[in-house]
Write a protein that binds this ligand. Structure first.
Ligand SMILES: [Zn+2]
Length: 745
């Protein structure tokens, strides 16, 4: 569980909070195996015995004052009695994790229905209204998945077109049974899937059926256009209907699996492979809205294309949650698919959304293998408590708020990367007293599937093998912070990466509600405000008789190294596909995909995605400089022959045209550059796309697009004035205007 605050020293009171202009909050990665300093929790049992404060329900922790019979709550100060059992346990030094560390992970007893031996269940739902290339890619992804699945898992293969196909691979040859989907948007299936094929014929054990699953995959063929048009009853020549009855098929599959929820499985995962928008039957999406000419109508295209057009997939996510199923969507398409409507099915059911624009260089199989090899937690309940002087403001990330309890969040499924963010507010005007330290406590309850034990050497019976069990655990982390003595003191402890995380959440929300244009304005104004507050705090701005002039304002944060990187980050965020305009060619589905990806990233990864890191090499084995700014000028002045750009989703190796012909291209497998790349790939939630470019020979656009500092912030091309420099000029101008206005001068 990693926790990172925007400022290590908290503002002392609401006046300081307002005056600093920096968001006050934290990012939280609850299922990370270690804390932000790489320290693991202390493990133990008896989570249900951990004493709790009778006033605020916080858990007992190492920051609590304790005497023989009682303890004082570190969050609200209430004195609580200790039970005789606790007195016994706590009389021995270091007898319990909660007295050894402020970061603990304790076993909890399972409730009745959870004591089953649940097997992991995985279902692939493959779109057949697709191409040969799409199916080839899907097959390799599923073959990778089969390698990653642990023995004892159950696997089902279903296909989706104008009909649903269910595979039984447990006999000598794979058998497929189909049920047709009614074309009209109100019709339901004529037959329940359970009647088409019993669920236990569909779900096959991976250990014994791997080969037959593989041969079933080999039989997958795209439906013909003739089949599709006939099914739709519109045999018009030349009209190619997708015939993709995705909505009905997913609804039916969820219901089908749901009957075994809590019995065979505790969490099932459905991998949905889509090659285009659902365009047939219930849940079909109208993609014509993408073709509309918003610009000519004076409308904000990004505002028009970001909201969902139907609540169907959000409602379906609720059905998935009820059925204990988490849905991962893999969209492989360059066609408009309206992920704005589809995304809810994945993110709200605890799954992920992946988008690949083509089948050629897709990292889908690697991503699939990676996703299934990572540990994950499910049925999670997250609660963040604060000491009495402050409270939670906004909460950001992919979770469900509890309908009853405030600040209790449900996470259907999360891996060790999934990150959430919160901001804080004071409860009143008083602020923190000098005695009490601001305290946060995070309680995270979760379930994991534990694989069966290896058979012991003494020879346990084979019937015992292959049995999975569930473990319920509770992770508690308590943190204390200092308060700042002044606004300058806050600035000195700013973590720009965490500030960026909170800002990214804010602009995503703003663009979903008010459009991209508004979100850009919000971000610009934030930087103007911060710069003005900083100039005030350091008393830099000089008012002369003629008023304040731009030469009297410091927009480079020269007095405060912690803030210096922020203008660059804001500029980069404005240049990122998250906030670039539709007219600049940002595909609306790509924007939605990035929104979903970015709003779950931990701060360092997000930082890299927004402002890629650029390093240079003298040779493939020798680094020249670890860091360059993203500008053409920096490249030229460095004189290095090789550059490595890491943009989180992409890794680009660029050989400048000055690189000698003796320099091996692409870099050999056993060099420093390669091992650096491999390490970066290893540590990442998604597989970055690796690109090699030779300057002067290959098309270098992919690399040059990342050199943003000479680009115009509004995307109107290369201006006569340099991009980032003129952006700072504009900020400077706006700061002067803002300060002049707010000082009444
Ligand atoms: Zn308390």
């Amino acid at each position: 569980m990693a926790v990172r605050p925007t400022t290590i020293r908290f503002p002392g009171n609401p006046i300081e909070q307002e005056a600093c202009g920096v968001p006050w909050g934290v990012t939280l990665t609850p299922f990370a195996a270690k804390d932000e300093n790489d320290i693991p929790p202390v493990y133990g049992s008896g989570g249900e015995l951990l004493p709790r404060c009778e006033n605020c329900w916080a858990y007992y922790n190492t920051y609590c004052e304790q005497d023989q019979w009682s303890w004082d709550c570190a969050l609200c100060g209430t004195t609580n009695g200790l039970s005789s059992e606790s007195i016994m346990r706590y009389s021995l030094p270091h007898s319990s994790p909660e007295n050894m560390s402020s970061f603990i992970d304790l076993e909890l007893p399972l409730e009745g229905s959870e004591e089953m031996q649940a097997r992991p269940v995985y279902v692939a739902a493959v779109d057949l209204s697709s191409s040969e290339e799409f199916l080839e890619l899907t097959k390799s992804a599923l073959l990778a998945a089969l390698e990653a699945l642990s023995p004892g898992s159950l696997f089902g293969l279903a296909t989706i077109s104008h009909k649903i196909g269910l595979y039984d691979v447990q006999g000598p040859i794979p058998v497929v049974k189909n049920v047709f989907i009614p074309p009209d948007s109100a019709g339901n299936l004529t037959m329940e899937l359970e009647d088409v094929m019993p669920l236990f014929s569909f779900l096959a054990p991976v250990d014994t059926c791997k080969d037959r699953i593989t041969s079933a995959l080999e039989t997958l063929k795209p439906t013909t256009s003739w089949e599709r048009t006939t099914a739709a009853g519109q045999g018009l020549d030349g009209v190619l209907l997708g015939g993709r009855g995705f909505g009905v098929a997913m609804e039916a599959l969820l219901k089908y699996l749901g009957s075994e929820y809590g019995n065979t499985y505790a969490l099932a995962r459905v991998f949905a492979f889509l090659s285009g928008p659902p365009d047939y039957g219930l849940g079909q999406l109208d993609t014509r809205r993408y073709g509309e000419q918003y610009a000519s109508k004076g409308e904000d295209a990004d505002l028009a294309l970001l909201p969902e057009q139907t609540p169907f997939y959000r409602d379906l996510a609720a059905v998935a949650v009820q059925a204990g199923v988490c849905v991962d969507i893999f969209a492989v398409t360059n066609e408009y698919t309206d992920l704005a409507s589809l995304k809810f099915l994945s993110i709200e059911s605890g799954g992920s959304l992946f988008l690949y624009s083509n089948t050629d260089d897709s990292t889908l199989p690697q991503d699939m293998y990676r996703m299934l090899s990572r540990p994950y937690a499910f049925n999670c309940v997250l609660r963040v408590r604060t000491s009495s002087e402050f409270k939670l403001g906004h909460s950001y990330g992919h979770f469900f708020p509890d309908p009853e309890y405030e600040n209790v969040q449900h996470i259907i499924c999360c891996d060790s990367f999934a990150t959430y963010a919160y901001d804080f507010d004071f409860v009143n005007d008083v602020g923190f007293s000098s005695k009490e330290l601001p305290t946060i406590q995070i309680a995270f309850q979760y379930t994991v599937v534990v694989p069966p034990d290896e058979p012991s050497i003494s020879g346990s019976s084979s019937s015992k093998r292959g049995k999975y069990s569930l473990k319920r655990r509770m992770r508690i982390r308590t943190l204390q912070f200092e308060t700042a003595r002044s606004v300058n003191d806050i600035y000195d402890t700013v973590d720009p990466e965490v500030v960026l995380s909170i800002l990214v959440h804010e602009v995503i929300l703003s663009s979903l509600e008010n459009g991209v244009r508004e979100a850009r304005i919000l971000l610009h104004e934030w930087l103007v405000n911060l710069t003005a507050q900083y100039n005030d705090a350091y008393k830099i701005a000089e008012y002369t008789r003629g008023g304040l002039s731009t030469s009297h304002v410091d927009v480079a944060f020269t007095q405060c190294p912690q803030l210096q990187h922020l203008p660059r980050l804001i500029f980069a965020l404005l240049r990122s596909p998250l906030l670039r305009f539709h007219e600049e060619g940002v595909h609306p589905d790509y924007r939605i995909y990035l929104q979903c990806l970015f709003s779950a990233l931990e701060p360092s990864s997000l930082n890299r995605a927004v402002y890629p890191s650029l390093s240079s090499y003298d040779t493939p084995d020798k680094q020249a400089y670890p860091r360059h700014s993203l500008s053409r000028a920096a490249l030229i002045t460095s004189g290095s022959p090789i550059f490595l750009l890491d943009a989180f989703t992409h890794l680009i190796v660029f050989y400048s045209s000055t690189a000698g012909a003796t320099m091996p291209f692409p870099p050999p497998q056993d060099c420093l550059l390669r091992s650096t790349i491999n390490k970066l790939k290893q540590e990442r939630i998604i597989t970055p796309k690796l690109i090699f470019i030779r300057g002067g020979i290959d098309d270098a656009t992919a690399f040059e697009n990342y050199l943003i500092e000479e680009q115009d912030v509004e995307g109107s091309g290369f201006t006569s004035v340099m991009g980032f420099v003129s952006f700072l000029d504009e900020i400077n101008h706006d700061v002067v205007e803002y300060m002049t206005k707010s000082n009444g001068k």
